[in-house]
Design a protein around this ligand. Structure first.
Ligand SMILES: *Cc1c(COP(=O)(O)O)cnc(C)c1O
Length: 351
């Protein structure tokens, strides 16, 4: 089969959620961010595994993602939408009982007019300048909004993955200034914020990447393994080139494996001539350019004929691979291709 296998360990996702839950104070609830198809791992399966582990509050980016998660979970768990209440979302928000995190006066007006009495949360901008209501606007509308009973007031940290960054304390103090004294649950921390310490936790945390085994949560258990089939092996002589643009030229007689996965599967072109694949515990360099569906790997030094090579697994995490492409683990995970055969491991067994 010329299809790679992506193994997704739902037990590890659940273990990471429990570990992050233990890191925060007893009266802090731990949510779960399952946007972008649960960072590429499959929102329905991941959300069900996390609900089973005890998660009750889920976060997605848009209403359509909320629909997928609601279908997977059924009624009960709260599903919050970071992009809030957009034009055209009203029916979905109503019918699927989604909780929009309103982020502007415009959205507040839309929500109150179209779905009066329907649950909502509020997103405040404490300095990131991406999504959320700014301090002056909040001052003007806070009394009216609080009267309507938001379920959550939240903000997002811009630099939580850099514990020493002065922006963290500045945003924390701005969040206090904007929310102290209100009688509504508050949330500021994603994965990075949880690791900054209890003063960042408030009533609810919103981890995403840490659930899926990525930095900045160094203690996370990896959740994915990706094994790629070898399609063809060939010997090349000194001076022969391999791949598009003659991107690699043999300096010694070499054996090259052509492997079925490429940039259409999320193996970024920046990995060309930089990444390493693994045959068991033996590293094998990716040579030449990454093609759409294929990569080429130098396997000259192996003493066996490889049938598969691993690009994510025990010897290479998403963050290792991200480093080779000069990106972050988030981008590697969310780029995992749709062509991979996804194999879920749950209850310590695969299906
Ligand atoms: C993506 C996101 C999160 C989760 O962030 P991680 O760094 O993956 O833990 C939390 N809150 C908001 C608003 C987000 O956009």
């Amino acid at each position: 089969m010329a299809t790679a296998t992506l193994s997704i360990d739902l037990d590890s996702v659940a273990a990471n959620w429990r570990a992050l839950d233990r890191l925060s104070a007893a009266d802090t609830q731990t949510g779960a961010v399952v946007k972008a198809d649960a960072y590429g791992l499959g929102a329905a399966r991941v959300a069900r595994a996390l609900a089973h582990a005890g998660a009750r509050r889920f976060f997605v980016s848009c209403a359509e993602e909320g629909a997928t998660v609601r279908q997977a979970l059924g009624p009960g768990p709260q599903i919050s939408v970071f992009c809030g209440h957009m034009p055209g979302d009203t029916d979905m928000i109503h019918d699927l009982d989604l909780t929009p995190m309103l982020n502007s006066i415009n959205q507040i007006t839309r929500h109150f007019e179209s779905l009066p009495g329907h649950p909502f949360g509020i997103q405040l901008d404490t300095g990131m300048n991406r999504l959320g209501i700014e301090a002056a606007e909040w001052e003007a509308v806070a009394a009216m909004v609080l009267e309507a009973g938001p379920e959550l007031v939240m903000s997002h940290l811009a630099c939580a993955d850099e514990p020493g960054h002065e922006m963290n304390a500045a945003q924390l103090s701005e969040f206090h200034a904007m929310t102290d004294g209100i009688d509504v649950p508050r949330s500021l921390a994603a994965t990075g914020g949880i690791l900054l310490g209890p003063e960042y936790h408030f009533d609810l945390t919103r981890p995403g990447i840490g659930l899926y085994g990525g930095l900045p949560y160094e203690e996370a258990t990896p959740t994915v393994a990706l094994s790629l089939p070898v399609i063809q092996l060939r010997d090349v002589a000194i001076g022969e080139s391999v791949g598009y643009g003659c991107g690699w030229i043999a300096e010694a007689p070499s054996q090259i494996a052509t492997v079925a996965a490429g940039y259409a599967d999320g193996l970024l072109r920046a990995l060309g001539n930089r990444a390493v694949l693994w045959c068991g515990d033996v590293p094998c360099p990716l040579i030449g350019r990454v093609s759409m569906d294929l990569i080429t790997v130098d396997v000259s030094h192996l003493d066996q004929t490889p049938r598969r090579l691993d690009i994510l697994g025990p010897y290479q995490t998403v963050d290792d691979l991200a480093e080779a492409a000069e990106t972050i683990g988030y981008e590697i995970l969310t780029g995992l291709g749709q062509r991979y055969a996804r194999r879920y491991i749950e209850g310590a067994r695969g299906d």
